[in-house]
Design a binder for this molecule. Structure first.
Ligand SMILES: Cc1cc2nc3c(=O)[nH]c(=O)nc-3n(C[C@H](O)[C@H](O)[C@H](O)COP(=O)(O)OP(=O)(O)OC[C@H]3O[C@@H](n4cnc5c(N)ncnc54)[C@H](O)[C@@H]3O)c2cc1C
Length: 392
């Protein structure tokens, strides 16, 4: 067995783990990232694509936004479509801030290429040990060799199916599962809009978004047990044309579908987010339905708080600060859960209940006719300020 040492062992090279590694490096804290997948795999995994303004500001402050600023698409607002018509929510007018559309895999590529930390890809059987002692470690295999990485803190940034969360004893999960899923496609078709279009339709929700000037990202609400095999390209484009507001002048470009997948929609928050010297961030601790475009941003927000508590614990000799990590994150996590749930329930078809349908219309009418209501949505969409630690 080969034995190495670092200050922080980070499990997972997604947005949470990679942003944390940069924040720690900026504070002079040594870390190693252990990732079970290959570099090729994580750099091409298509997932989220909307960066809140606080996320973009953070990446800029770390000097990581060069390509993001060149290639990201700055969006001034979104459009809400219902009853066949589109209505704009102008973020810049309402809040003075905007969002940036830039694929999560591009963020991940930028973070990896600029990393000064060692990133071990293809790490097999990663398992944190002795997390409730002063000498935790992480064991894993790489190639034919077994490794032990000794550290002072383990950062569990390993997503919703990772190994770190379940190591927290007496963990409580508060969750909600929605009675539908999303069928998402990536198509080689130039976007015709420069803003996302969220469409509420009696056949179900549809979302029009984009990843670059040549690639469109589209989603359809489908049944929770839907199989991809039942969706030919023709059926996908026909359904999108039906649900998106073509009668309102909206144009849908079609093209070859280069990626497709079905994602279940759920909300969950697991607490506590720490046990001993193990801290959990991002999807490992909480999941939001993608309607509010918040998952990657919440992961980045957690990483900022985690870096701050680790800095205080290791460099200012205040290990008791680790206790403050979860409570500092959770207020913003729950506000974001509420926003994501609200966007989801306002826009999806649940059943044939006419009462619920009319309530959805009333909420959409309110949002698109009241400046205070639209401002509230805009502020949350562009991103609440990142949480900070209470001063001692
Ligand atoms: C399938 C899927 C589709 C999504 N689509 C959208 C979308 O369309 N729009 C949207 O807004 N949001 C979407 N999201 C949400 C968003 O992408 C996530 O919130 C975001 O990736 C969270 O970042 P993270 O770093 O916490 O976790 P992740 O990005 O999941 O990163 C965790 C990393 O840990 C690694 N890992 C896991 N287990 C281990 C282990 N045992 N050892 C070592 N490494 C491990 C994983 O390989 C991964 O690289 C999607 C999420 C998923 C899972």
């Amino acid at each position: 067995m080969s034995v190495d040492a670092t200050e922080v062992a980070i499990v997972g090279a997604g947005p949470a783990g990679l942003v944390l590694s940069h924040l720690l490096a900026a504070r002079g804290i040594d870390c190693v990232v252990l990732e079970q997948r290959s570099r090729e795999y994580v750099e091409h995994r298509v997932r989220a694509g909307v960066l809140e303004e606080p996320s973009v500001s953070l990446l800029r402050s770390l000097g990581l936004a060069g390509r993001l600023d060149r290639e990201g698409l700055a969006h001034r607002g979104i459009q809400l479509a219902f009853d066949g018509r589109r209505h704009r929510i102008d973020f810049v007018e309402l809040t003075g801030r905007s969002i940036t559309v830039y694929g999560q895999q591009e963020v991940v590529k930028d973070l990896i290429v600029a990393s000064s930390a060692e990133i071990v890809f293809d790490a097999v059987g990663v398992m944190p040990c002795a997390i409730d002692t002063d000498r935790p470690s992480v064991q894993y295999r790489h190639g034919d060799e077994s490794h032990e990485l000794r550290c002072r803190i383990v950062a569990g940034c390993d997503g919703s199916y990772g190994v770190c969360g379940p190591l927290i004893p007496h963990r409580t999960t508060t969750e909600h599962t929605y009675p539908f899923a999303w069928l998402g496609i990536l198509a080689e078709a130039a976007p015709t809009q420069d803003e996302l279009v969220y469409a509420r339709h009696d056949r179900g929700f549809a979302l029009y978004s984009m990843r670059s000037p040549a690639i469109t990202r589209l989603y359809l609400q489908v049944a929770p047990d839907e199989q991809l095999a039942g969706w030919s390209d023709d059926r996908i484009w026909t359904e999108l044309s039906t649900r998106l507001p073509l009668d309102d002048g909206f144009v849908l470009n079609t093209g070859p579908i280069i990626d497709r997948g079905i994602t279940a929609l759920r909300s969950s928050v697991s607490t506590p987010m720490r046990h001993g010297n193990l801290l959990i961030a991002g999807d490992a601790a909480h999941i939001v339905p993608p309607t509010g475009a918040k998952g990657m941003n919440l992961a980045i927000a957690d990483a900022t708080v985690m870096a701050a508590v680790i800095d205080e614990a290791l460099h200012q000799h205040r290990p008791e600060r680790l206790v403050d990590y979860g409570p500092a994150c959770l207020g913003r996590v729950w506000r974001t859960q509420h926003f994501s749930h609200r966007m989801t329930t306002m826009l999806h078809r649940f059943d044939d209940d006419p009462f619920r349908r009319e309530l959805q219309r009333a909420e959409l009418l309110n949002l698109t006719s009241s400046v205070p209501a639209a401002t509230d949505l805009a502020e949350q969409y562009v991103g609440l300020p990142f949480p900070t630690l209470e001063p001692l």
